[in-house]
Design a protein around this ligand. Structure first.
Ligand SMILES: C[S@@+](CC[C@H](N)C(=O)[O-])C[C@H]1O[C@@H](n2cnc3c(N)ncnc32)[C@H](O)[C@@H]1O
Length: 328
């Protein structure tokens, strides 16, 4: 949700006109923009307040050399002497079949025997496998329901998805010669380290629906810590965890949050990713950024969003204008 992966060629074409060596992606999400910066030879710091999002960047941005070997995969998927049981018990009848749930518990039972970069790779591959196997790629409702159309992604076992996903993540690993890093924290608690450029892609208050990442991805966020220290929502049918507060989700708070964030990063070139369907509107954001920056350039691109993950499901299409607002 909110991933910029389809816009990467455009983002690259705009940002390669600017001169910068170090960059902070403060809301890294899937990690694809931080990874783009890595491929551009930059020194990258990726950050997100969700743990599973930070794992993606640890695996593909921070990690420059380690890959999961066939022996690692064999070890991770081998039956553990005393496998954990949380997923099997908590999500019975809610997500995945018995074999898939046992597979998740088994993998987690072995995980801490790997190095930290390998753990992030193993978890990223597991998140991808879970997203692929889950109808529509979200965890809002239990069971396949009307989306079970027999397609390959739903038929394949989680373990087979996992093996494919390990290959995907292994292929991403490379060294760009820079000490890149990934952190998990709130944007407002980030140290004001001097990055040449700060890329900001916060969630925006949508005009319809909500922008709650936890509602859609709670299972992955719980999985990232094996539900250690997180509270399950007492009445949730899908065993959701509590959502994390962010001021960017609320109309009455978003304006102040943007202003505070622009102030925080005012010594860097600020690049804000934004869409025409967000609140506040682009004019207001330019006004807020102008308080801290002399020169503002708004780059824009029309973008077609598709909703739905399968051609058989009728797809809603919305055209929005995507902006990159650059303050120097
Ligand atoms: C629009 S998404 C970023 C998408 C990302 N650029 C990509 O292409 O995948 C917004 C991200 O901001 C994160 N987020 C929301 N509030 C945050 C906060 N206060 N501090 C840090 N991260 C936050 C969410 O977890 C989410 O991953």
């Amino acid at each position: 949700m909110g991933s910029k992966h389809r816009l990467l060629p455009w983002i690259e074409s705009v940002l390669q006109e600017y001169s910068f060596t170090s960059v902070l992606d403060a809301f890294s999400g899937s990690g694809c923009v931080a990874y783009l910066f890595k491929t551009m030879g930059k020194r990258v710091h990726a950050n997100d307040f969700l743990r599973f999002a930070a794992d993606f960047s640890r695996a593909a941005v921070e990690n420059s050399s380690e890959r999961l070997t066939p022996q690692d995969v064999e070890f991770l998927t081998s039956l553990a002497p005393r496998p954990r049981r949380f997923v099997q018990e908590t999500f019975r009848g809610i997500f995945f079949d018995e074999t898939d749930r046992l597979f998740i518990d088994t993998l987690w039972s072995h995980l801490n025997r790997l190095s930290a970069p390998k753990q992030s790779l193993a978890l990223s591959a597991l998140y991808r496998a879970c997203l692929k196997k889950q109808p529509r790629g979200v965890f809002t409702v239990s069971g396949p329901g009307r989306y079970d159309d027999g397609r390959r992604d739903l038929r394949l076992s989680l373990q087979d998805h996992y093996i494919e996903s390990v290959e995907v993540f292994n292929d991403l690993v490379f060294d760009n010669g820079e000490p890149n890093r990934a952190t998990c924290g709130d944007v407002f608690s980030l140290e004001p380290t001097p990055h040449d450029l700060v890329y900001l892609d916060p969630p925006y208050v949508p005009r319809a629906d909500d922008n709650c990442y936890i509602k859609r991805y709670h299972f992955l966020e719980g999985l990232s810590s094996y539900w250690q220290g997180v509270e399950l929502h007492p009445t949730s049918k899908v065993r959701k965890i509590r959502k994390r507060y962010t001021p960017f989700s609320y109309r009455r708070e978003a304006d102040t949050a943007f202003e505070r964030m622009f102030k925080q990063f005012q010594t860097s070139t600020i690049v804000l990713s934004y869409s025409s369907n967000g609140y506040p509107d682009i004019e207001r954001l330019v006004e807020l950024l102008s308080q801290f920056k002399m020169k503002i350039t708004v780059h824009s691109e029309e973008h077609r969003y598709h909703f739905g993950t399968h051609p058989a499901v009728s797809r809603a299409r919305t055209v929005v204008t995507e902006y990159l607002v650059v303050g120097e």
